[in-house]
Design a protein around this ligand. Structure first.
Ligand code: UD1
Ligand code: CA
Length: 448
């Protein structure tokens, strides 16, 4: 293990030009959370003395996202070597190991970083490498037989033979803090991009007889960098796979895991079953043994044990679904509490509602919660029967055990155990349908 004190520098000043976005690159989200925060989680798990994040000017949002870690600003974006140079004043007097990470490479695992720190014990620097099928765009590691690096060559500076090398620079460097400043000050910008490259360090250290050891990870996915929107999508895919695996390992079943999208804060208890094509947005919590059926969309909802949601259900923020409740297809619930055992089985809208236990809310019934200006609340007591195609015009209160007849538009409170019915009498005209058909057929015959 790493005995020396550790400081971590995260390079995140790049504009991310290839992302074509006003948002700093490392603020782009993975599972709904900025990529920089995923990396900070892993970095913090190494228990460093300090973490320094190098940002660009005018990135207040990024500084907020990484607080309370120290931020230094790189005024001129002149390369990864230039970014490390900006962090030097914040490291004055620090003589431990300095781990430099790229903010746009957020999925490195803790184990891999521990391996990289351990490799540093045999050298002045250790560099994380990976063997890739398609190394395009990455710097290539030039190594001897014992995995000591003689040089790192960027794609744009590489000759044809070097481009054939499949072992790439993943971007993580662990460097002897006592010599960092001296080595970094020797980096120049004589290369294809006219930038100061951190990747020059192995050659500089070699001049002093200090070795650079490569630590090669076998997991090509964890070293994925984010330069473009399609890289971002690839990172998302990798992260979603990890989140789903963690849930399945904890006892959650997924019929077709690849089609389930999770938010970073999704909580699903053991014993839950998630059918295909389900979207979890922010703030969803499922208690044990909940079933979420196919094609449901959930945000800001707490679902208590044994409840069943969907298929094709939509839960919006502020929703609590009680134990054993059942929501069926094409049901939308917003900012409402649904009591235990209640059933809303088909085609319904429930908004701003406090619904008791064992309510039956039938097909096509809705709360009319919005008058064009304000939202109003509907209160439904335990055991109420709301018939099909009922409009409950809020504000409204239905007493426990009330019965609302199908088709009624209810605009006044209903006392407990009463019937509310609002309906015109049905007129029946004998023989009308037969006469109507006869007329229509005759008219059609005359035309043809
Ligand atoms: C870099 C490496 C390359 C490696 C790849 C791994 C260099 C010269 N190249 O290339 O060898 O294979 O990462 O993904 O290091 N940054 C700053 N200030 C700057 C420039 C960049 O803070 O002036 C930050 C960026 O915000 C980014 C990171 O450094 O998070 C990497 O920069 P980027 O331009 O993406 O480097 P690559 O071309 O991907
Ligand atoms: Ca990059």
């Amino acid at each position: 293990m790493n005995a020396k004190p550790l400081a971590i520098v995260i390079l995140a000043a790049g504009k991310g030009t290839r992302m074509k976005s006003a948002l700093p690159k490392v603020m782009h989200a993975l599972a709904g959370r900025p990529m920089i925060n995923w990396l900070l989680d892993t970095a913090s798990a190494l228990s460093p003395q300090k973490i320094i994040v190098v940002t660009g000017p005018d990135m207040p949002m990024l500084a907020d996202a990484v607080a309370p870690n120290q931020v230094v600003i790189q005024m001129e974006r002149n390369g990864t070597g230039g970014a490390v140079r900006c962090a030097l004043p914040a490291l004055t007097g620090f003589e431990g190991d300095v781990l430099v990470l790229l903010g746009d490479t957020p999925l490195l695992s803790l184990r891999t970083l521990q391996g990289l720190l351990a490799a540093k014990q045999q050298a002045g620097i250790s560099v994380l490498g990976a063997r890739l099928e398609d190394p395009f765009g990455y710097g290539r590691l030039l190594m001897d037989d014992e995995h000591y690096i003689t040089a790192i060559v960027e794609e744009k500076d590489a000759n044809e033979a070097q481009r054939d090398i499949r072992v790439v620079n993943a971007g993580a460097f662990c460097i002897d803090g006592a010599r960092l400043e001296r080595w970094v000050s020797q980096i120049d910008n004589r290369n294809a991009q006219g930038e100061y490259y951190i990747t020059d360090l192995p050659a500089i250290a070699a001049h002093e007889g200090a070795g650079t050891k490569a630590y090669i990870t076998c997991d090509g996915d964890e070293i994925l960098g984010c330069n473009s929107r399609s890289n971002l999508a690839a990172l998302e895919k990798t992260l979603q796979g990890r989140l789903r695996r963690a849930l399945m390992d904890s006892g959650v079943s997924m019929l077709d895991p690849e089609t389930v999208y999770l938010w970073h804060d999704t909580q699903i208890a053991p014993g839950c079953l998630i059918e295909p094509n389900v979207f979890f947005g922010p703030g969803v919590r499922l208690d044990p043994d909940v079933t979420v059926r196919a094609f449901s969309h959930l945000e800001g909802a707490h679902i208590e044990s044994g409840a069943s949601i969907g298929p094709f259900a939509r839960l919006r923020p502020g929703t609590i679904i009680g134990a054993g409740a059942r929501l069926g297809n094409f049901v939308e619930v917003k900012k409402s509490t649904i009591g235990a055992g209640s059933k809303i089985n088909h085609l319904a809208y429930v908004g701003d509602c406090k619904m008791g236990a064992d309510v039956n809310f039938s097909c096509g019934a809705i709360t009319v919660n919005y008058d064009g200006f304000e939202k109003h609340e509907t209160i439904i007591g335990d055991g109420v029967m709301v018939g099909s195609n009922v409009n409950l015009v809020a504000p409204l209160s239905l007493g426990a055990g009330a019965f609302i007849a199908a088709g009624s538009t209810v605009i006044e409170d209903v006392p407990a155990d009463s019937l509310a019915i609002e309906r015109g009498a049905t007129r029946k005209i004998a023989g009308w349908a037969a006469r109507h058909r006869g007329m229509k057929r005759a008219a059609k015959g005359a035309k043809s």
